[in-house]
Write a protein that binds this ligand. Structure first.
Ligand SMILES: C[S@@+](CC[C@H](N)C(=O)[O-])C[C@H]1O[C@@H](n2cnc3c(N)ncnc32)[C@H](O)[C@@H]1O
Length: 351
């Protein structure tokens, strides 16, 4: 276990997180948007929605802006350089119908988008370093494709391009096992699609002589797989009464890693001593979202023997089931320290 860090390190940690947060606040993000957002209000007008996943330097977004002026286009990216570049382009060129969101595709599909709302989905050159052994981390997999199908309107269009033959074959197999989508091409894929915009990655692939593989499907009448929209839970917190001091909790508490059967992982990392609190830096991975957040033990105002265990405000925490597990793990670890600890209030799910 790591020892508690000094106050100076604590302030550094806070500063770092504030800088990170400041830059994130320039952008729409799956961490700062409501789950689910009112897209018509965000665009200023209700129009059919198009989703562009992993837009990179935004060539496809520019093309969609020009060719679909009567649609609202949501671009998803996780690369901050790409996001800031395209945000500037939106402002500079007045792309009235384009908004970019910092989000993993999986997070947006499960938390930001309602069933039957997407009129087009575009995925250009995902997972460029694809290896079959990386299957777990790739974008195109059963769960993500089911979520895409669920979020599409009947008649909506699905497009995907890749320059990796293995990826094309894997995508073809996956699409062939997707009754909600129908192929619009006479072959599994095409090797040219003249009406599309050439993206940055595609131009390089073509210049380097690589073959590209293009897929074009539409959403048919087959019932969609059931993929619920995941909402936020209440904020988890626990109030305890104990003779233990903050310093004892800082040095003695041991929170083991958690790995749930549903793929949720919780890992307690560093810990820091504040004036009236101990702060834990925590990584929580859930199948639809990853969060790096803080969990704190704070002295309750006006008491010397009562403490609240709750999410810290740094890291923009979204109270998911995983974050309830994270707070519950610290509660359980603190309870291990003494038989005489009393729980006064427990607002942890399942706790
Ligand atoms: C090879 S680049 C292609 C960029 C662009 N579409 C093009 O064709 O030039 C893949 C992009 O997808 C983004 N990306 C990867 N996984 C993602 C995910 N799960 N959700 C959203 N974006 C993702 C990466 O940050 C990267 O910018």
């Amino acid at each position: 276990m790591l020892d508690g860090q000094s106050c100076d390190e604590y302030s550094c940690f806070l500063e770092l997180r504030i800088v990170e947060r400041h830059s994130m606040e320039q952008l729409l993000s799956s961490l700062n948007l409501p789950w689910t957002p009112d897209w018509a209000a965000i665009f200023g007008v209700e129009r059919p929605l198009i989703l562009d996943i992993g837009f990179g330097y935004g060539h496809s977004l520019a093309h969609l802006h020009r060719t679909r002026p009567d649609h609202n286009i949501i671009g998803l990216e996780v690369d901050n350089t790409c996001l800031l570049k395209v945000e500037k382009a939106i402002a500079r060129h007045g792309w009235h119908n384009v908004r970019v969101v910092y989000s993993f595709a999986q997070t947006a599909l499960y938390h930001l988008l309602l069933p039957g709302t997407l009129h087009e989905v575009h995925i250009n050159f995902p997972d460029p370093w694809f290896k079959k052994r990386h299957a777990r981390r790739r974008l195109m997999q059963r769960d993500t494709l089911d979520a895409i199908v669920n979020r599409m309107v009947v008649g909506g269009k699905f497009f995907l391009a890749t320059d990796i033959l293995d990826y094309a074959e894997m995508t073809h197999e996956l699409l062939a096992q997707t009754p909600g989508l129908t192929n619009d091409l006479p072959t599994p894929w095409a090797n040219a699609m003249p009406e599309r915009a050439i993206t940055k990655y595609e131009r390089r692939a073509l210049q380097e002589g690589r073959t590209c593989y293009y897929f074009a499907y539409h959403r048919n009448q087959h019932p969609a797989p059931d993929v619920p929209v995941i909402k936020e839970l209440d904020m988890p917190h626990v109030v305890i009464k104990t003779q233990l001091t903050l310093d004892e909790m800082l040095t003695r508490v041991n929170v083991p890693d958690y790995a749930g059967e549903d793929g949720t992982h919780v890992r307690y990392l560093e810990r820091y001593r504040g004036e009236r609190s101990v702060l834990f830096d925590v990584y929580v991975h859930e199948p639809t979202i990853e969060q790096r957040i803080s969990v704190v033990i704070v002295e309750r105002d006006g008491t010397t023997d009562e403490y609240t265990i709750k999410l810290g405000s740094i890291g923009m925490p979204r109270p998911t089931a995983g974050l309830h597990i994270a707070v519950g793990r610290l509660r359980d670890a603190v309870l291990q320290l003494s038989d005489s600890i009393q729980i006064i209030q427990d607002k942890v799910r399942g706790g």
